[in-house]
Design a protein around this ligand. Structure first.
Ligand code: ASP
Length: 592
């Protein structure tokens, strides 16, 4: 027997018990006749004392130890003189009588404590040491707990956990596929699933009725932001359901997760239609932990010669604003920073107008064009109070909404408007089914091509596809898209109409989705489902600076596995077997 107890469970009630613990040496402190050792395992840290006066041999052995040695200690539990109430085992210590070194260790390249001195690169290279840190260990435990809560909820509601293959044909999420070459059939490739979308729909044809899977998905996208090329979804599908059935089922799951993981009872989940999210928050994933809506005042602009507002409106655009509460004290520099921010190329505004209302009255950057009364009129329409500052933008509707939506978030972060203890959880619903590529004018699907249009909008499919709403829903948590889903099309005739609008030829249809369309000829039930992005959700619940923190073995921000050193070049023979010749890019090595 290696141990009778763990390093996290002993307390005063175990006093005088003879125990055996095993774990890693966290730290050693030598005080002459006494040596103190902190012993760590997954469950906690327990203090062990070696007394030189009573046992010279033991003392010498303890002196041979070093950080991260794996040891076994036998000893008696006793009350500690200097209690550490920050540690659950801090009221006791083990008076050692026997010590066994199970395995020595090299000196670790960084200290295994929460506030470590290791850079992220180093931590990823030595991930096994990183995961020993209590903070990281907690994240692993939290991840496993989330899986178990989700499984329990779904299992008790007749969902079946069903695996789907990893080597498949391309799926329709629209990102770039990771490909795996076939050795048997040179020039042919499997794709790694961007999600099990088609397979879970086929499972509904097969009568599975309720499916779920905690599954890895792969998307070969650029490493912008906090993304991972492989990530984990809770993927679900249900037969004979309408949108409301799916929403209530997963609202129940979300509530259970918050109760079990965070101890929050009956967390609030609201709903908003996509059109309102864009109009009031400039985003399809609004963060409602703070207020600050975008308010359009286009039809109430006072008469004046101010060309920017007048032109925006005559060109079919809008004038809208947001109010920064207590923003009247913003410095010139802060105002300029906001203006520069909306001018950045992805937002593309020409600038912003500001209105300030303080003890001295109303002031604005367009006082040349508007009387004080007119400025006040605009300020009142925006709902300004004394002490506030408003930013106004005038341009194409989509540009104004996106820019003010982004600015709203930036100001919130910079000025502490976000209550970190609050949760903003809402369904965003009624997304458009299609979007138009601004450059090519082509029609693309918003989610994937199997989403059911809104019953009321099917009539506009051919005449005005952009106004067609889909039975599409996202669950947005604190401004992040955590779930995405839809009711699916199950009738061939409707699916064909959608493919036609997307410009898919007969051949493309057969090549990409032929097997699915075949399956659908044999009695596809009405169905719908969704998928949760587990990694980001965990990060929101458990903390962590990046999504990498909650993934046991993540890729670094450049897509590389630092521990295994992947991707890597392979033996030429392997390439020959696969019938592959590598053409090197000039900047090849430097990108990885
Ligand atoms: N497969 C979809 C996704 O990964 C989710 C769904 O529609 O169920 O976004």
């Amino acid at each position: 027997m290696y141990r009778s107890r763990t390093c996290g469970e002993l307390s005063l009630k175990h006093q005088n018990e003879m125990v055996t613990l095993a774990g890693w040496v966290q730290s050693l402190r030598d005080f002459g006749k006494l040596t103190f050792l902190d012993l760590r395992d997954r469950y906690g840290i327990t203090q062990v004392v070696f007394n030189t006066e009573e046992n010279e041999n033991l003392y010498q052995e303890a002196h041979g130890l070093n950080r991260e040695f794996v040891i076994q200690v036998k000893g008696e539990v006793r009350e500690r003189e200097n209690k550490n109430l920050n540690n659950p085992t801090g009221e006791i210590e083990i008076k050692a009588v026997e010590l066994t070194i199970l395995n020595p260790s090299e000196i670790p390249p960084f200290t295994i404590i929460d506030e470590t001195d290791g850079s992220e690169e180093l931590r990823l290279k030595y991930r096994y040491l990183d995961l020993r840190r209590p903070k990281m260990n907690k994240l692993l435990v939290g991840r496993a707990k989330l899986f178990s809560v989700m499984r329990r909820y779904l299992d008790s509601r007749d969902f079946l956990e069903i695996e789907t293959p990893i080597l498949i044909k391309s799926t329709p999420e629209g990102a770039r596929d990771f490909l795996v070459p076939s050795r048997i059939q040179h020039g042919s490739f499997y794709a790694l699933p961007q999600s099990p979308q088609i397979l879970k729909q086929i499972l509904m044809v097969s009568g599975a009725d309720r499916y779920y899977q905690i599954v890895k998905c792969f998307r070969d996208e650029d490493f912008r932001g906090d993304r991972q090329p492989e990530f984990t979804q809770l993927d679900c599908e249900m037969s004979f359901v309408e949108q409301e059935d799916v929403l209530t089922t997963f609202e129940g799951l979300v509530k259970e997760v918050y109760q079990e993981m965070m101890g929050i009872n009956d967390i609030e989940i609201s709903r908003m239609i996509y059109a309102d999210a864009i109009k009031f928050y400039g985003s399809d994933k609004p963060d409602l932990r703070f207020d600050c809506k975008i308010i359009e005042i286009s039809s109430h602009i006072p008469n004046s010669e101010f060309p920017v507002f007048n032109q925006a409106i005559s060109n079919g655009g809008i004038v809208s604003g947001i109010v920064a509460p207590n923003g009247a004290f913003y410095t010139r520099k802060q105002i300029d920073a906001a203006i520069d921010f909306v001018k950045e190329s992805n937002r593309g505004l020409q600038g912003l107008v500001w209105i300030r209302y303080n003890e001295e009255g109303w002031k604005s950057s367009v006082d040349k064009f508007y009387t004080s009364e007119q400025v006040q009129e605009m300020g009142k329409q925006l709902g300004m109070n004394k002490g506030d500052l408003a930013f106004l933008a005038a341009d194409k509707t989509s540009k104004v909404q996106k820019s003010l939506g982004d600015l709203r978030l930036k100001l919130a972060k910079e000025n502490g408007w976000i209550d970190e203890n609050k949760w903003s959880i809402l369904w965003v619903m009624d997304f458009p089914l299609f979007e138009q590529d601004e450059e090519t004018g082509e029609t693309h699907f918003v989610h994937h091509p199997f989403c059911m249009p809104h019953q009321d909008d099917i009539q506009y499919l051919e005449s005005d596809p952009m106004r067609v709403r889909g039975q599409l829903y996202d669950l947005v948590i604190n401004g992040n898209e955590i779930l995405s889903g839809s009711i699916r099309i199950h009738q061939k005739e409707l699916q064909d109409r959608i493919f036609k609008i997307l410009g898919l030829s007969e051949e493309e249809k057969t090549d990409k989705f032929g097997f699915m369309l075949n399956a659908f000829q044999y009695g596809a039930p009405p169905h719908g489902g969704c998928a949760f992005g587990i990694d980001r959700w965990l990060m929101l619940m458990l903390g962590g600076d990046t999504i990498r923190d909650v993934i046991p073995f993540p890729k670094a921000s450049n897509g590389k596995d630092m521990m295994m050193n992947a991707p890597t070049y392979v033996d030429n023979n392997q390439l020959v077997e696969l019938g592959i010749e590598v053409v090197k890019k000039e900047d090849d090595c430097s990108t990885l």
